[in-house]
Ligand binder design. Structure first.
Ligand code: CFN
Ligand code: HCA
Length: 525
């Protein structure tokens, strides 16, 4: 291993020494040196960011509108708020959509009520209703969604009432989300709010279609960044597995309201969609399993898991044929890159699932992840000991945001490793694993990393590449370390699946082995 327990411990001391005592005590719980000899290692997560610390996190509005709801391309998503909230997130995530037969495609538009001082003083509901009316007349979307931003919550505009009124008036589903940015400690609260809204208003809405034949699945928590979903669907279709709907990449309203008819939910990003998977299991009996389509071996493993679920000899055989062909082709193409990347080290700081999922793809390239952390994931995403839903999800709950802001440590009561073993053995849980069990001795986990912590770690470990986002990309590159954005993929993608892995390898090789870096004098030289 390129690092050791001792060395990593020293870097943690160095990080904490710079903080005031009280801050150090808090941050200490979010920084864990991985030691597999300690059973059930714990990490603090999903807690408020300490004021004054520079975080990569976003807000609940970003998690609801930007992440879970926004990718539905044949719907109009209206942001109720000042224009900045809409403008600064306009297409930067690179989620893609292709219009269906009706040609409806509003993904590239930016809809906002553009609240100003007058509206803040006198209320913005009339302006909102007018915006819904206009959007309906001009675009004829399949559905309209409304998203409130911080000031809307503060002045108390009744967006639910407006949505109800406009639904009745227009005969078109208008759905409102009270996803004010301040609700919660990160994007995570917004995911929950979005899940509840969709479950309540969209899922099961198609009452005419009775059954969909075949090996049917929903792709849950897959957002088609850089075209990822299309590569995944290509392979699933080749295997004979039918995708009924995706939440939400390349998402379409007509597909979404049929989601309850699929036989299985494939959960890619557990963090953002676990609520819906649990609610669908409860209401429709739809089982779900965690999958990972990032990395060629992870993809092959996930395909086998799906085949095992359907337990059909013809499907199993077809899946094996597809794996043989696709894996062989991808492996052959990866060889040249692997030669130049083998043994290189990586840091990963991304959202709530990719900092784990991408470790498998880097492993395919012979690269080792030595420091990793999520922005806003919960303890189960790290520790991987969530057997069954730990919160009773109430689809009609109006207090979801209160549930979310509560720190995990106060309500997270995971089963022990032994209990997990038993549940896995009885097939009561999919082989759900968090990030921690996959990381080796002496590696470091840092939850909600700060710029100070990142600076120290870069100087200590000098990684060959950092996978992160726009908020620290250029800080990292000024240190002379290449940064690959694992949120929006910079200009690239797809990176999922077999073909995606080859795209990724080429991109990473260009960055890591690009000659430009030798002209940057790093501060430690
Ligand atoms: S596409 Fe997903 S995979 S949905 Fe989530 S937790 Fe964000 S927008 Mo950025 S890239 Fe990131 Fe994940 Fe799930 Fe994306 S790692 S932070 S809220 N995320
Ligand atoms: C968000 C979206 C984001 C931001 C990416 C980044 C994305 O959280 O609001 O910080 O680079 O993937 O686009 O996560």
């Amino acid at each position: 291993s390129p690092i050791s327990l001792e060395e990593t411990n020293k870097s943690v001391t160095e990080i904490l020494e710079a903080y005031p005592k009280k801050v150090a005590r808090k941050r200490e719980k979010h920084i864990v040196v991985r030691d597999p000899s300690i059973s059930e290692q714990q990490i603090d997560a999903n807690a408020r960011t300490t004021p004054g610390i520079i975080t990569q996190r976003g807000c609940a509005f970003a998690g609801c509108k930007g992440v879970v709801v926004g990718p539905f391309g044949d719907c109009v998503h209206i942001v109720h708020g000042p224009i900045g909230c809409s403008y600064y997130a306009w297409m930067t995530r690179r989620n893609q959509f292709k219009p269906r037969a009706d040609g409806k495609d509003f993904l590239h538009y930016c809809f906002s009520t553009d609240l100003n001082e007058h509206d803040i003083v006198f209320g913005g509901v009339n302006k909102l209703k007018q915006a819904v009316q206009e959007a309906y007349e001009i675009f004829q979307p399949k559905s309209i969604t409304i998203h409130s931003t911080c000031p809307v919550g503060l002045i108390g505009d009744d967006i639910q009432g407006a949505a109800k009124e406009m639904t009745e008036k227009l005969g078109l589903p208008v759905l409102a989300f009270n996803c004010e940015g301040y609700k919660g400690v990160s994007q995570s609260a917004g995911h929950h709010i979005a899940n509840n809204g969709f479950f309540k208003h969209w899922i099961g809405k198609d009452t005419e279609t009775e059954e969909i034949e075949g090996f049917t699945v929903n792709l849950m928590g897959e957002y088609n960044i850089g075209g990822d979903s299309w590569e995944i669907e290509r392979v699933l279709e080749k295997c004979g597995i039918k995708v009924v709907s995706t939440f939400s990449g390349d998402g379409s309203y007509d597909d979404a309201i049929k989601a309850h008819l699929a036989k299985l939910n494939l959960v890619m990003c557990h963090r953002s969609i676990n609520y819906m998977a649990n609610m669908m299991e409860e209401k429709y009996g739809t089982p779900w399993m965690k999958v990972n389509f990032i990395g060629i071996h992870a993809f092959a493993k996930s395909l086998r898991k799906i085949a095992k679920f359907f337990d059909n000899p013809a499907l199993t055989q077809r899946v094996e044929e597809v794996i043989l062909e696709e894996l062989g082709l991808a492996e052959a193409q990866l060889t040249q890159y692997r030669k130049r990347l083998e043994g290189k080290t990586v840091f990963l700081f991304v959202g709530g699932s990719r900092a784990h999922h991408y470790q498998e793809l880097f492993a395919d390239l012979g690269m080792k992840t030595i420091v990793a952390g999520y922005e806003f994931a919960h303890r189960d995403d790290y520790e991987g000991r969530q057997a069954l839903p730990n919160i009773k999800v109430d689809a009609d709950s109006r207090n979801i945001e209160e549930l979310e802001v509560e720190p995990d440590s106060e309500r997270y009561n995971p089963p022990s490793d032994a209990e997990m073993e038993r549940l896995r053995g009885e097939n009561l849980v999919s082989d759900y694993k968090g990030m921690m069990p996959d990381m080796g001795e002496g590696t470091l986990l840092v939850d909600n990393i700060s710029h100070h912590e990142l600076d120290v770690l870069i100087q200590r470990f000098k990684p060959d590449l950092i996978g992160s986002g726009i908020k620290d990309k250029y800080v990292i590159e000024k240190f002379g370390v290449p940064c690959k954005q694992l949120h929006n993929y910079d200009y690239g993608g797809p990176f999922a699946g077999f073909r995606g892995a080859v795209n990724f390898a080429k991109d990473v090789d260009l960055r890591v082995n690009g000659p430009a870096w030798q002209y940057i004098k790093a501060p430690w030289d």
